[in-house]
Design a binder for this molecule. Structure first.
Ligand SMILES: [Zn+2]
Length: 477
């Protein structure tokens, strides 16, 4: 989007409006990469051909990339990385660069964080930044073609179209080069799942048995359908979903994360030994998908980008019937209490600074979730039910989702107030950050007439926010 618009602007200033579309179509350069995958799956041979003037340098997003790079050359001339770049000085126009990569997968069984290169059974999961050397400029589009050994599939976050020869073609370039993501190669199961407003491109790594494939596909579809109940469509039009079995960790989904490099993706580590009912009632996938209601937020503002999905996971599961409405409230109250009990001496500012220690993330996540519940109910009440967090996030998706940059919580909060024509979000956040206490979730639940005692949940029909409370858990409000 950014590339096309800047192309249009340049063309308009020189050429006049009549031939703008034509001129911009020719002006936009698309670099062509052909990636040949060796049957071992850990060796890649890449031919990168540049359209017009070659970029000044090629960069890879990960620190490891230069160690995995075996050789790079243009014609007879060898190119070497200096620091994290390969300079392409004095390279002619319309030139191709060839390079070979030998990936070294992580050997440990434990997953250490976000995207990383590792073996999953005989399949290969790769961090894109470990092998893709590309122009740094975010307006550079790259068309990637894969030459795959027979029977090998590829899963990637980029926009995909079918190539003439049946081999997949992807278009990369919409997101900054240093946003991380994964590409997988292997003999795995792939399928496309349609949900309102989106196609999910699913890859189930390490070949689960057919019955389990069907069960996992159903689970993914149900979660996505529940997520699309917020405002009638899934928050992004295309999503890469990678499912990796893991023998470690607790519950059906011991670990999961969202990545944005190249396009939105959810990567789930599952314990295939857990019964299917546990998957359907687990919050992780709904939570991960709910991250996509917000654009990419800076890491210091976890209270917002984790608080939002932590709140929405229970609302959306209850709306879709994965859990009952009573259980939705019960899970919320339990979470608020856990957050309040964790490091009770810390204000939200201090807890955010120490989020990596001693489970303090629970305090940050659930404080953020409590703030979202308060804002949602108040917005519903103040606008007589015309607006809600649902409608606010729908407006946010229309104005801001296509901006490929990182946002601060402050910017998003200001935008939500602007879009709703209120000061609800800003007032609430300011008051919370000025004080030292945990959000007063008990006062909010009392106003909403929700009383939870253990497994017992009671609703007070005469509570001031009774109508808002009921509407919150219904679809279409
Ligand atoms: Zn999260």
């Amino acid at each position: 989007m950014t590339r096309l618009l800047s192309g249009l602007r340049t063309a308009a200033s020189v050429a006049g409006t009549a031939i703008v579309l034509c001129a911009s179509a020719h002006a936009a350069s698309v670099h062509r990469y052909e990636v040949s995958v060796h049957p071992s799956l850990d060796r890649l041979a890449v031919r990168a051909c540049f359209d017009g003037k070659a970029p000044a340098a090629l960069v890879a997003a990960s620190d490891g990339a230069r160690f995995y790079l075996e050789s790079m050359r243009v014609g007879d001339r060898a190119l070497d990385p200096s620091g994290d770049k390969v300079m392409l000085d004095a390279v002619a126009e319309n030139t191709c660069v060839d390079y070979q990569v030998k990936l070294q997968p992580a050997q440990t069984r434990a997953q250490t964080g976000g995207p990383e290169t590792r073996r999953v059974g005989s399949d290969m999961l790769t961090a894109i930044g470990d092998w893709l050397w590309r122009p740094q400029e975010s307006d550079a589009s790259i068309e990637l073609r894969f030459r795959l050994p027979s029977g090998v599939e590829v899963s990637a976050p980029w926009q995909r179209r079918a190539g003439n020869d049946g081999q997949p073609v992807f278009l990369a370039g919409a997101t900054p080069y240093n946003w991380s993501g994964v590409v997988a190669f292997g003999h795995f199961f792939t399928s496309d799942i349609q949900v309102p407003g989106a196609v999910l491109h699913v890859a189930l790594l390490d070949a689960p048995a057919p019955a389990q494939q069907a069960q996992l596909e159903k689970w993914i579809e149900h979660a996505a359908r529940n997520v699309s109940l917020l405002y009638g469509r899934f928050p992004v039009a295309s999503l890469q979903v990678v499912v990796t079995p893991t023998p470690r960790g607790r519950g059906p989904v011991p670990w999961a994360y969202v990545s944005r490099g190249g396009g939105p993706a959810v990567h789930l580590f599952i314990n295939p030994a857990r019964p299917s009912g546990e998957f359907e009632r687990d919050w992780s996938l709904t939570h991960e998908m709910s991250h996509l209601f917000l654009p990419y937020v800076v890491s210091r503002d976890a209270w917002l980008f984790e608080g939002m999905p932590t709140y929405l996971q229970n609302v959306l599961m209850a709306r879709g019937g994965a859990i009952s409405v009573e259980e939705g409230w019960q899970r919320m109250q339990e979470g608020f209490q856990r957050g309040a009990r964790t490091a009770p001496e810390l204000s939200l500012v201090r807890a955010s600074e120490r989020i990596g220690y001693n489970g303090i993330y629970l305090r940050v996540y659930w404080a953020g979730a409590a703030m979202m519940l308060a804002a949602d109910l108040q917005l519903r009440s103040q606008t007589g039910g015309k607006q809600s967090l649902d409608t606010a996030l729908e407006l946010l998706s229309r104005c801001c989702a296509s901006e490929e940059r990182r946002w601060s919580a402050q910017e998003i909060v200001a935008r939500l107030d602007e879009l709703t024509g209120t000061t609800i979000f800003g007032d609430l956040v300011r008051a919370q950050f000025e004080g030292a206490s945990y959000p007063d979730y008990e006062a909010v639940l009392t106003r909403a007439g929700v009383k939870v005692e253990g497994a017992w949940v009671e609703f007070d029909a005469a509570a001031p926010w009774a109508a808002e409370r009921d509407a919150l858990m219904r679809t279409g409000h």
